[in-house]
Structures are given as C-alpha cells and as structure tokens.
Ligand binder design. Structure first.
Ligand code: ADP
Length: 476
C-alpha cells in the first residue's frame, strides 16, 4: 500500500475514533444534564404535592378521627386535576392503591425502598414512554400513606436518539470532507518521497546526472539535499571509474602496440638470420636491429616496472640540499658535448625522496636534450618561491616544442608526439608518465609550457625549508 494511502487510512481511523467517542460523550452529557433537570423537577413536584396533600388533609373537618379512604381519593383527584398531565398514585401502608391516575404504572415493588423522610425516584419505560417515577412516605393524621408521581421524560430520550443520529450524520460528513483534505495533504507531504523515488529510478536506469527537486526546507528537504549530494559524489566516482577503465584500455592498447613494433622487427630479423646466409654487413645490421629493439623492449619494461612500483610506493621524504640534485645532473652529462647544460639555482633544502627526484630531473633533461638540436642550450633552473615554502625546479629547452593540444597528452603512458623520432631515440612514451607518478607521490604536479618551434619548459614545486640565500650559476 502506498505511503500516502497509509497516512490517509491512519488519519481516517483516528478521526473516526475521535469523532465517535467525542460525539458519544457529548450527546450523553447533554442527555444526562437534561435528565438531572427532569429528575429535579419531578422531585420538586413530589414535595409540592406532598405539601399540598398534607394541607388538604389538615383542612378537612375533623369529624372523623381517621383520614378516610374516600377523602384521600378526593384529595388525589383534586391534586391530579390541579396540574396538567399530572400522574399520581396514593397507596396506604399496606401498599393498597387508594387513588391512581389513569395510565399510572402498575406494581408497587418500588415502594419497598421508601423509608420515613425519604424521597426516591426511578426512571422507567412504560407503554412506549419513559417516566421519572418518584415516591415518598406521608404521615397524615396517623395514617401512613405513599404518594407516587410519574413525569413523562420521553422527550429527553427522543432528544438523545436524535442527537446521536444528527451526530452520526455530522461525523460522516466531517469524515468525508476531512478525508478529502487529508488525501491532498498526504499527497503533498509525500511529494518529496515521490521525487526522490523518481530520481533513484532515473539513476538506476543510468542517468547519473539526474537530481531530485528540493521543494521544502524541512527534514524531507534535508533528505533530498543529502541524496543529491550523495548522487553527486556517486556520479563523480562513476566518472572517475569510467575514466580509469578507459585509461586502462588505452594503456593496454598502447602497450600491445608498443610491443608489436619491436617484436615484429626482432622476429623478422631473427628469421632472416636463421633462414639465409647473409654477408657480414647484412648479418651485422640484422643483429644490430635485434639488439636495439631488444634494448628498447628492456627499457620499456623497466620503465613500466618503475611506474607500477611508484604507484604502490610508500614515500620516505627526507630534507636535503638541492645542490646534490644539480651536482648529480652535472656529473651525468659531464661527457656529453652536443648539448650545453646551464645550471642556475638558489640554495635550498627540499623535503622529498632524492633518488626519485633525480629520476624526474633526469627524464626532463633527457627529453629536453632529445628535443634540441646539437649545440643548443638546456637550462636547469632552481629557485625558492616568493613565500619561501616551496622550491621550483624548471628544465627549459629551445628545441622542437610541443603542439598545444598535445601538451595534455604527453604525460599519458606510451604517448609520443613524434613516434618515429622518439622510437629512434629509444623512447617509449613512459618517461613523463613516471615523472607524474613520482610527483604525485610528493603531492606535486608537472607544469608544461611549450611553444611549437621555440622550445618547452617543464617545471614542478617541492616543499622547502628556510635557508640563507646564496646564488650559484654554472655552465656545463
Ligand atoms: P619518451 O620515452 O618518448 O621520451 P616521455 O614520456 O618522456 O617518453 O615523453 C613523451 C613525449 O613527449 C615524447 O615522445 C616527446 O614527443 C614529447 N616530449 C617530451 N619532452 C619534450 C620536450 N622537452 N620537447 C618536445 N617534446 C617533448
């Protein structure tokens, strides 16, 4: 059953119970108040009649020592006629009726409950009517008499039944109208739930961008906004996962492609060597192809291993002076004459893992050299940032440069701008991917600025400690 119907059903039940019980008590209260009034009037009338009877009896000439039955009958008739619709009965001490109005109830059991100085009453149904019957004991001229009256209260009972029937109809009307109102209210109250359900369905169908409309600021509104926030996080994660899956597929495709080229060459030249008798020069060339392609495969597998290891690596950052890095690079390129390396750096102490940063710088300088013509300059620059909390490393070349649209892609594994040029220089498009992973470990990132035909600048920041200034500038 729908939630709104449940709310509706519960409210109808509560309203029906409230109206029913409330109405019953109200009508009954009115009835009891009326009955009390009628009983009071009946008792008053009883005492008036008692007084009238005693007065009448006293006014009778006392020629008899005892009050005669005929006198009592006469007084009774007079008393009955003195009031409209008055019903009374007078009985003697043996409960023998001496006078009774027409239509007075039969039976005198009621009199047994009457004692001296007491007045009793009972409500009785009789002949399709309801009466308040009162009874009292009289002691007139040494005679014990019982005076009873009957007062018709049928109207009070009729009013009660009428009250019940009016209230039943009123309850029905109120229930119907309040049910209609409740139906709208419950639909209105459950609208946020319906909107949330709709959003959940849409998202299940794959529409992750769908959001539930927030139509209130109450708890339901809060729930909707929390749901939307959760949906946003979910969508982001799904996009991330999708991107990762795509990147992995691209990686596998690029990897197999990169494997295929050297393997085809290796297999082809190996087949040539084993199936033909080649002269010395061709034999050397074939063996050389196999060697260089094998070397490329080796470099590639080592780089891949490095990337995988770096991704799972737990960094052990230590503070160290940046000059160790620049000294290392200077030593590495000490014998290479074709490119002129210029080092220009400020002193500083960075917090990083030195070997990993050496790998990054080596890759960047290597790429810069590969992109530059012989005799060109490659600048390796280092300086503290203005705030002094970071150290900037930059490798700048004046070589081929990179087309703008390629700048974003070159850090992807196996991506090479000029494939044949890179392959001929033993490249596999993995160096920058490794640099990015290492810098990610250090909480840093690689910044690439390049102009096609003019050169490129690769830079990154590392956290640094305060030191006294001392500038160095050396040419290699
Ligand atoms: P590779 O092993 O091919 O050098 P990298 O990931 O280091 O792989 O570089 C990816 C590609 O980015 C290179 O193939 C090259 O095309 C381009 N590239 C990298 N550095 C530079 C640079 N300084 N100038 C021009 N192109 C560069």
């Amino acid at each position: 059953m729908k939630f709104s119907y449940k709310i509706l059903l519960c409210s109808i039940m509560i309203m029906a119970a409230a109206f029913g019980i409330g109405g019953y008590f109200f009508v009954n209260y009115v009835f009891e108040t009326s009955m009390d009034r009628e009983i009071r009037q009946a008792m008053d009338e009883s005492s008036i009649l008692q007084f009238a009877f005693e007065t009448a009896a006293l006014n009778i000439p006392s020629k008899y020592a005892l009050l005669q039955d005929s006198t009592i009958e006469e007084i009774g008739l007079n008393l009955e006629n003195s009031g409209e619709g008055r019903l009374l009965r007078i009985s003697d001490e043996n409960r023998v009726t001496l006078y009774a109005s027409d239509g007075f109830v039969e039976g005198t059991e009621f009199l047994s409950g009457i004692g001296a100085q007491t007045r009793v009453y009972q409500v009785i149904p009789f002949g399709g009517h309801y009466y308040v019957q009162t009874g009292t004991m009289l002691n007139v001229m040494d005679r014990i008499l019982y005076l009873e009256t009957m007062k018709d209260v049928t109207e009070v009972f009729a009013e009660r039944s009428q009250g019940f029937s009016v209230y039943r109809r009123l309850t029905l009307v109120m229930l119907i109208s309040s049910s209609v109102a409740m139906l709208f209210i419950s639909f209105w109250l459950t609208r946020p739930i319906r909107l949330l359900t709709q959003a959940t369905r849409k998202m299940t169908e794959g529409d992750y961008g769908y959001r539930a409309e927030q139509i209130s600021q109450d708890e339901m509104g809060q729930l909707t906004s929390d749901f939307n926030r959760m949906a946003e996080a979910l969508e982001e994660n799904i996009h991330k996962l999708e991107h990762e899956v795509r990147a992995r597929e691209d990686f596998i495709a690029a990897f197999s492609h990169e494997l295929k080229t050297p393997l085809t060459a290796i297999i082809g030249y190996a087949d040539l060597l084993r199936s033909r008798r080649l002269d010395e020069e061709k034999r050397f060339l074939s063996a050389n192809y196999i060697y260089t392609e094998g070397k490329r495969l080796e470099t590639m597998s080592l780089r891949l291993l490095d990337i995988i290891v770096t991704k799972r690596y737990e960094l052990e950052a230590q503070p160290f002076g940046v000059e160790t890095l620049f000294d290392y690079l200077r030593d590495m390129y000490a014998g290479k004459e074709e490119i002129r390396l210029v080092f220009d750096f400020q002193e500083g102490r960075v917090r990083a893992e030195a070997d990993l940063i050496k790998t990054v710088l080596l890759n960047l300088v290597d790429n810069a050299c590969k992109a530059s013509d012989p005799g060109s300059v490659v600048e390796v620059h280092g300086e503290r940032t203005e705030r002094g909390d970071h150290y900037l490393f930059a490798v700048k070349d004046y070589g081929t440069g990179i087309p703008e649209e390629e700048c974003r892609k070159i850090t992807e594994a196996f991506y090479m701008v000029d494939k044949s040029r890179s392959r001929s220089r033993n490249g596999a498009g993995l160096g920058l991917a490794l640099c990015v992973e290492i810098l990610k470990l250090h909480g840093s990132e690689l910044k690439i600025e390049s102009t096609l035909g003019e050169g490129s600048c690769f830079s990154f920041l590392l956290p640094c400690e305060e030191v006294k200034d001392r500038e160095q500038k050396t040419d290699h």
